[in-house]
Design a protein around this ligand. Structure first.
Ligand SMILES: NC(=O)NC(NC(N)=O)C(=O)[O-]
Length: 346
């Protein structure tokens, strides 16, 4: 499959900026395995040689030779990725950008669900399920493959590069399925990607993706937040987030970090209570119109807030917001929804 499929709009569960890690590879002679999950697109600097050869931005193994180094006990090269967001996998992208005389002719993808804190040895002994069968690859291109198993929650993915070569990036698209144990009876960020929240609509994503708003950790540079184009009308920009499940927000953070000449003038935060719905409607006010400062973490304490399943952040007239956090507690109905989702994907 090669036209850009719709699953590429979903969250990359493996990306480093949501906590993914490449925890094992049998070989990485020419290119570090960790490059596979770097969020930014791959780059290439021709005729740039280090001590081991051409410097590459990707995972690249040596040429396999029978009995040679790096091949012991393996039939082809492979790498294991720990998903930053364990969840349901809808499809993967294997990008061989800049690997032309050294791309692998085939790849295969398997997934596993391994609880606890497994070591590479535990993972090698785990039960793996094929989600993308052995498929041909070409060089220097992004190739998309739909996952064949989509009903289960996986924690790890194994990428087989057959027999050897280089892959620049590996994306694993899907939906996070959070473990209810960590959401029950404690305050949580109801809007966090890590907990299973999702951006469902946005007015504009010219400079950077709205999903950045709900990613883990602080935003370090302007490109790590959500920034819209300059508006020449007065319609305003907005995003809508479907929260983890129904919850009552108590503290909201709207962080304009790194937006110094391009923060919004003001914001309004709306809420909706539409359990089980993808998009919100029947919006009510959660935070009234409030001026924003550049490069500032604005915190709001809400008293007696209503339960919500969705939030809509409106920014006027346009600009950048780095992070949106909604700390609060799931309602009983919200927790039941999270537990049901977990059980359905066991
Ligand atoms: N010119 C190359 O890229 N050669 C080798 N790769 C690197 N990275 O040097 C190879 O054998 O694939």
């Amino acid at each position: 499959m090669s036209d850009t499929p719709s699953f590429t709009q979903l969250t990359d569960l493996a990306a480093r900026d949501v906590g993914g890690a490449v925890v094992w590879a049998n070989d990485e002679f020419f290119g570090e395995k960790e490059s596979l999950i770097r969020p930014e697109p791959p780059t290439f600097s021709p005729a740039t040689f280090g001590h081991k050869g051409q410097v590459v931005d990707g995972w690249e193994t040596r040429r396999r030779r029978p009995g040679g180094p790096g091949v012991e006990g393996t039939e082809h090269d492979s790498a294991i990725v720990r998903l930053g967001l364990p969840g349901v996998i809808r499809g993967v992208t294997i990008d061989t950008a800049f690997f032309l005389g050294n791309y692998p002719p085939h790849a295969r993808v398997e997934a596993a669900s391994v609880p606890g804190f497994p070591t590479p040895a535990d993972l090698l002994a785990a039960e793996w399920t094929e989600i993308v069968p052995t498929s041909p690859l070409s060089g220097g291109s992004e190739q998309h493959f739909e996952a064949e198993i989509t009903g289960r929650r996986f924690t790890h993915v194994r990428l087989a590069m057959i027999p050897d070569g280089g892959i620049a990036r590996f994306r694993v698209y899907g939906e996070a399925v959070p473990d209810p144990v960590f959401l029950a009876g404690v305050p949580v960020d109801l809007a966090a990607l890590t907990n299973g929240a999702r951006i469902v609509a946005a007015s504009n994503m010219f400079f950077s993706a709205p999903e950045n708003l709900i990613k883990p950790a602080e935003s370090r540079v302007m490109g790590e937040g959500w920034e819209t184009a300059r508006r020449r009308d007065d319609a305003g920009d907005w995003i809508e987030v479907r929260l983890v499940a129904q919850g009552v927000p108590a503290v909201i953070e709207i962080d304009t970090a790194n937006y110094k000449g391009n923060a919004p003038d003001h914001i309004v935060l709306l809420g909706a209570d539409r359990p089980g719905q993808e998009a919100g409607s029947n919006w009510f006010e959660v935070i009234a119109q409030t001026r924003m400062l550049p490069d500032y973490k604005h915190r709001f304490r809400l008293e007696g807030a209503r339960p919500v399943t969705h939030l809509r952040l409106e920014v006027r007239p346009d600009g950048g917001v780095a992070r949106l956090r909604a700390f609060g507690s799931l309602t009983d109905a919200g927790l039941t929804a999270v537990r049901t989702r977990w059980a359905e994907h066991a």
